[in-house]
Write a protein that binds this ligand. Structure first.
Ligand SMILES: O=C(O)[C@@H](CO)OP(=O)(O)O
Length: 215
């Protein structure tokens, strides 16, 4: 059975300021760096063998810290990026106009095909995340990969594995540097395919970020 560990990057400057990132980027805060070292300790104890990360700066930095402790290589995959939030990227959540808030609501309410102008739909996000996840099935037997990605992207992956719509990601609190685990099992008796073992575990962090404000 393949175990895959899913990690959201450490807290960033814009997470702390409640600004929308998407494909835009901001550096990890001091707290975010500390979270990354703490998740790296956990990754080392778990015996992680491969790190596959979104190619955005915040996930790369988190992955570099984990790789340093685990002594493994990083593969970058742009399919693991956060949802593209189009024209609303870099904006503070509190400054959105009614019309802009309406675009954002389409995403979180599950309007079919809903997207922020210039951005992506939740279905497009789910499709590329599943395609990236499928690459872990090609790894040699005994591998224990860790995927470093983003809040909505990972939430959407876990939700759709559970058979929920992609927008159910809003019901999962995946804090910065939380760990979720999914397993791939091939069994006629158990649910065949991906199953969710844990979601959003932060027991390795002594300074969880204020994600109850962000998500
Ligand atoms: O892009 C963002 O603003 C947030 C949304 O949840 O994602 P992350 O901080 O996980 O990249």
């Amino acid at each position: 059975m393949l175990q895959v560990y899913l990690v959201r990057h450490g807290e960033t400057q814009w997470n702390a300021e409640r600004r929308i990132q998407g494909h835009s980027d901001s550096p990890l805060t001091e707290k975010g760096e500390k979270q990354a070292w703490q998740v790296a300790e956990r990754a080392k104890a778990l015996g992680i063998t491969h790190i596959i990360a979104s190619d955005l700066g915040r996930t790369r930095r988190t992955a570099e810290i984990i790789a340093e402790l685990c002594g493994c290589d990083i593969t970058l995959d742009s399919r693991l990026r956060e949802l593209d939030m189009g024209v609303l990227e870099k904006r503070n959540l509190e400054t959105l106009t009614e019309e802009e808030e309406g675009w954002r609501r389409q995403l979180v309410n599950g309007t079919a095909g809903g997207r922020i102008p210039g951005g992506e739909s939740m279905q497009e996000l789910a499709d590329r995340m599943h395609a990236a996840l499928a690459t872990t099935l090609e790894l040699p037997l005994g591998s224990r990969p860790m995927i470093v990605s983003h809040g909505m992207a990972l939430g959407c992956l876990v939700s759709t594995i559970l058979g929920l719509p992609a927008y159910a990601e809003r019901r999962l609190r995946l804090r910065n540097c939380s760990i979720s685990r999914i397993d791939y099992q091939d069994s006629a008796w158990l649910a065949s395919g991906w199953v969710v073992e844990t979601a959003g575990d932060v027991s390795h962090l002594d300074a969880p970020a204020l994600d109850e404000l962000q998500r």
